[in-house]
Write a protein that binds this ligand. Structure first.
Ligand code: ATP
Ligand code: MG
Length: 656
């Protein structure tokens, strides 16, 4: 492969501020580098020490890494533990009355739950599952709103060794059906309805529809949490209320001691680049990853009020809502609603009301909140914040600057965390007390994570040139396989034609700058090829977003006889979507803007405006659909994870 060309230069640097460094878990570049060096010197020894320090083992492990059958790696394989024990029981003597969860409902109602209460509710629910004859190794589908009950359901599964597969509650009956069948689930846990942004959405009815389709005979029980209390059809013998299931159950439940490699869960990827993949995670290695990243990246302190806005339907919600914060004994905010209801100040109000110290969200939320109210955060007291985080997509430098200055008041480091469903926890992210930040860069790999940028032959590319982002050594929290599809697992992540199948291939392109910082350039699938130059999407999009008129941008390639490909840009303006003359005028000015910011090679041939971009339900831009639109073709691909299908019609129309 010819390498990918990097064009955008971002020169701003933000060294850690002294007030932050003073209290940081890792408080200098030397401390960070010492850990990296330790990992390099004795790789298994490094992870073994961490696993002993952070995890409570029922039976200690003697084997650290078994790499005899690559890429099917095993970590701590003869150890035994229980994940729920590690998240709940461990806090019962030291801090039973500490708040585990501050829950804010869609309608603003707040409820609180201590570690003891959470433990009791999880145990009762786990006992309820056992009463239904559900056992270790069984699979359960969780299709619940973003409420405490979702966390209880996941933790209860972990407590008895049941493998959960959470399906985001916005998914259709068809997608839900596919996941039920794929899992061979014995039960589905759902609610009557969910409420988001003041609207009601049926869940139980969707489950009924999914279960009316073929291949769902494995499902013996449907557990229904009565959330709004609406009337739902009931199938006697199969359906059981949450309350019924848990009443009179013991508030203790002996944890099932499981092997370190026992699957904790399976979860589907977002489907940005194709049909979602069913990622299977382990127990111990996964837990270790989320715990060390809480410590290193979120600089976790017992006094924190932690808030990750992700739904538990995504990996971010698994790692940094259900497992990471609880394992650390944190107090966290869980929010049922949406950032724009009742108005676009909702996030900022929650931070103010609950005195949030650590706030973790996605670039898509940041960009849409900029669009809806650049100065809104200023109307709230955000002085409790000490750390901000970003995940899900590259954060454009201008969005980063706004987040830093307006939300963080130039006081809070931003951890731009690069990772994936498959990696389980952060991989490349700043250790905030040590690493100077650059807007738009996820900076450096965490200690023990051997990230690199390579060409097809497996050699590291020169600085400044883009290539494949890989992780060279197996790491504890990595994907174990694709559920029931080991062949696709091998082909997707360890393909023979790149570096001879030795490295974990992330599917993203990246480059490193002169200081060694990592910059994610986009998806390999989305790389453009203009007049022989291979260009990533991120830099051109960031240049567009840096224009004061632009809220969001996505670029794709369209075949061209002479140039190979030309660039088509899809743009959402901060103001209303323009039409006719005005649209042409703005389009021209934006094309010139890109020439000025990056160079003539990146000039979009065509620009289209819309009120939004097609996004996955986890908020990521689906460029593969835009590529089809740019070619003027009909969309025939998997769109099961598309959040807003209506937007495709609007974006079909070229304006120039
Ligand atoms: P699919 O694999 O089905 O196409 P997906 O890759 O969007 O979906 P996820 O696992 O949810 O599914 O997302 C991981 C991807 O998100 C990464 O590979 C990367 O492209 C992007 N990403 C996540 N965090 C960051 C970040 N901080 N900077 C840049 N990109 C990021
Ligand atoms: Mg992916």
């Amino acid at each position: 492969m010819s390498t990918i060309k990097s064009m955008l230069h971002e020169a701003r640097v933000f060294p850690p501020l002294p007030e932050f460094v003073e209290q940081a878990n890792l408080a200098s570049m030397e401390a960070y580098q010492a850990l990296c060096a330790e990992a390099k010197k004795d790789y298994p020894g490094f992870w073994s020490k961490l696993a002993q320090k952070h995890i409570l083992w029922h039976k200690p492990f003697t084997s650290v890494l078994n790499d005899s059958d690559p890429p099917f790696y095993k970590w701590f394989e003869d150890g035994e533990l229980n994940i729920s024990y590690n998240c709940l029981d461990r806090h019962l003597t030291s801090q039973p009355d500490k708040l585990a969860i501050i829950f804010e409902a869609d309608d603003g109602k707040v409820s609180r739950c201590t570690y003891r209460e959470l433990y009791q509710r999880v145990c009762q629910f786990a006992n309820g599952l056992k009463a239904l004859n559900i056992r270790k190794g069984d699979r359960i589908i969780i299709y619940l709103p973003m409420r405490i009950e979702a966390i209880i359901a996941m933790q209860a599964c972990a407590r008895i060794g049941v493998i959960h597969s959470v399906v985001f509650a916005g998914f259709s009956a068809k997608s839900l059906h596919e996941r039920i069948v794929d899992a061979g689930a014995v039960a589905v846990i759902t609610a009557d309805e969910q409420t988001r942004g003041g609207k009601h959405y049926p869940l139980k009815a969707t489950v009924d529809e999914a279960l009316s389709m073929n291949g769902t005979d494995s499902v013996k029980s449907v557990i229904v949490y009565q959330h709004t209390g609406m009337d739902t059809p009931w199938q006697a013998g199969r359906d059981i209320g949450w309350h019924e299931l848990t009443q009179n159950k013991q508030t203790d439940c002996e944890p099932e001691w499981i092997n370190a490699e026992h699957p904790l869960f399976t979860l589907y990827t977002s489907g940005s680049t194709g049909k979602p993949k069913g990622v299977q995670h382990s127990s111990a290695g996964y837990l270790l990853g989320v715990m060390v990243s809480m410590q290193w990246v979120f600089d976790y302190k017992p006094t924190d009020i932690f808030w990750c806005t992700a739904d538990v339907g995504w990996i971010t919600g698994h790692s940094y809502v259900t497992y990471g914060p609880l394992a650390m004994g944190a107090t966290q905010v869980v929010f049922e609603g949406v950032p724009t209801y009742p108005d676009a100040g909702r996030f900022w109000k929650i931070i103010q009301d609950h005195k949030v110290t650590t706030f973790y969200t996605a670039p898509t939320a940041i960009r849409s909140l900029i669009k809806l109210g650049v100065d809104l955060p200023g109307q709230y007291d955000l002085s409790s914040l000490r750390l901000l985080g970003s995940v899900g997509e590259p954060i454009n430098p201008e969005a980063w600057m706004w987040y830093y200055n307006v939300v963080g008041q130039s006081r809070c480091p931003i951890v731009d965390t690069w990772w994936q469903t498959e990696t389980g926890c952060h991989m490349i992210a700043p250790v905030p007390g040590a690493v100077p930040l650059k807007p738009g860069s996820c900076t450096f790999p965490l200690p023990g994570i051997s990230a690199a940028v390579i060409d097809e032959a497996g050699h590291e590319v020169e600085q400044g040139k883009g290539g494949f982002l890989v992780i060279k050594q197996p790491f504890p929290s990595q994907i174990r396989t694709l559920w029931r599809d080991p062949e696709r697992f091998k082909k997707t992540y360890f393909p023979q034609d790149i570096g001879e199948g030795h490295f974990y291939l992330a599917g993203d392109s990246a480059h490193r700058d002169n200081d060694g910082y990592f910059w994610i350039m986009g998806r390999i699938d989305d790389v453009l090829n203009v007049s022989g130059h291979r260009l990533g999407t991120m830099e051109i999009e960031s240049a567009l977003v840096a224009n004061p008129l632009v809220a969001e941008a996505a670029v794709v390639g369209k075949p061209h006889e002479i140039k190979g490909e030309v660039i088509v840009a899809f743009i959402v303006l901060k103001e209303k979507c323009p039409h006719g003359e005005q649209a042409s005028k703005i389009a021209n000015s934006l094309r010139e803007w890109v020439v000025h910011e990056i160079g003539p090679i990146a000039k979009p041939e065509e620009i289209r405006f819309g009120d939004n971009l097609p996004k996955t339900r986890s908020g990521k831009i689906m460029r593969r659909l835009l590529r089809t639109l740019a070619r003027g073709e009909e969309i025939t691909q998997d769109t099961s994870t598309l959040e807003n299908p209506a937007i495709l019609d609007q974006l079909k129309q070229p304006i120039l």
